[in-house]
Design a protein around this ligand. Structure first.
Ligand code: SAH
Length: 357
């Protein structure tokens, strides 16, 4: 008999604090989402409750004022917070509430097309209750891969605004705390310029189990699809993946040039001129081979090859844009595109262009 709400109230009443805690400063420590029912119980008993949602946050005024510490959640929370509260006030532990617990799975979708996703990622989608997907996660019909799941495209919204990162994390945590298996589907690999680290931290902070399933990163896969190996015996034994989102600092450009290996730039198309200029100023020869591989793994993939000196002009003539991977280094010579390049403008040895259909 009774509704879920009534049952929940009875469950809470059974553990209601007997003592009158009127006015007592109580500090509740625990992951967000797990502390709510504890806070409610202490407040009903009259306590003045402060909440800290990270064990490391047990410092400052709230802690100094506390006359009772209540530690909610996993034992790891207790250890850190108990040490911080030691000697200041009595401390009690609350077991993790037996509310439904979900989980978060970060899945790398690869650089394009379902075939480049892992089997583990496809299985995770099939098990998902909620899928938060991205603009660059181009695996086709996500709803068909996750039957019955709620699919939220956080990469775009009416008006073409992406959902802000903190809102994505909030949604992910909220759904998982409510008991859902939440798959966060991300282009390429979740940890390569994908803010995967922040999302994992948000889930861990909320006390949720998290799994990260890797994906083929465009940083390696897209140059490879154009026949450009990021390393090649005797040519380059190192490759560095750099964000081109903001121009390179002179010091950074000097360091990259000094490595003598391959430089792979993501998110750099709008900065192509400052990026290539910085690398030349940093010490790379102006005739260092360089390529742009546009829309990797799509039917209209193109490669544009030239040198650090010529690439920006070639790219603007080809009207190439994002998403593209920029590759700088001698490895570019290994590709068939380089071998087949044709001269599009004088001086003949400087400007080369090939557009692969
Ligand atoms: N996590 C992703 C990268 C995200 S940053 C990964 O591991 O691949 C986004 C950038 O990745 C784009 O600006 C572009 O530089 C690159 N990118 C992603 N997919 C691409 C594709 N199919 N073709 C070319 N570049 C791609």
């Amino acid at each position: 008999m009774g509704t879920d709400v009534e049952r929940e109230l009875r469950r809470e009443a059974a553990v209601l604090i007997e003592t009158d805690l009127m006015g007592l400063p109580v500090l509740v420590v625990g992951p967000p989402g797990l502390t709510a029912s504890t806070v409610r119980r202490y407040e009903r008993a009259g306590a003045v409750v402060s909440v800290v949602t990270a064990p490391g946050g047990v410092t400052g005024e709230a802690c100094a004022r506390a006359r009772l510490g209540v530690l909610v959640g996993p034992a790891s929370t207790w250890a850190t917070a108990r040490a911080a509260l030691a000697g200041r006030c009595p401390v009690v532990n609350e077991p993790v509430p037996d509310a439904p617990r979900g989980r978060v799975v970060l899945v790398g979708a690869g650089p394009g097309g379902l075939e480049l996703m892992t089997l583990a990622g496809i299985r995770a989608l099939a098990d998902a209750d909620v899928v938060l997907t991205d603009r660059l996660a181009e695996v086709g019909d996500v709803a068909a891969l996750a039957p019955g799941a709620e699919v939220v495209d956080v990469g775009k919204r009416p008006g073409h605004h992406a959902v802000p990162q903190d809102e994505i994390e909030r949604l992910m945590v909220e759904r998982a705390l409510a008991g859902s298996t939440v798959v966060r589907l991300k282009g390429g690999d979740p940890y390569v310029f994908g803010r995967g680290g922040e999302e994992v931290a948000a889930a861990v902070q909320a006390g949720l189990p998290v799994t990260v399933l890797p994906g083929v990163s465009s940083a390696v896969g897209v140059p490879g699809s154009a026949g450009i190996p990021v390393t090649h015996r005797g040519v380059s034994h190192t490759f560095t993946v750099v964000s081109g989102h903001v121009p390179l600092e002179p010091e950074q450009a000097r360091a990259l040039a000094g490595l003598g290996g391959t430089v792979v730039l993501l998110m750099g198309m709008h900065n192509l001129v400052p990026l290539t200029t910085a690398l030349v100023r940093g010490g790379l020869a102006v005739d260092t081979p360089a390529a742009v591989v546009e829309r990797g793994f799509s039917p209209d993939q193109r490669s544009i090859v030239g040198t650090l000196g010529t690439l920006p002009d070639l790219v603007s003539r080809a009207r190439a844009s994002s998403p593209s991977v920029i590759v700088v280094g001698e490895v570019v010579r290994q590709s068939a595109v380089w071998a087949a390049r044709r001269v599009v403008a004088p001086p003949a040895d400087k400007i080369v262009l090939d557009v692969v259909a």
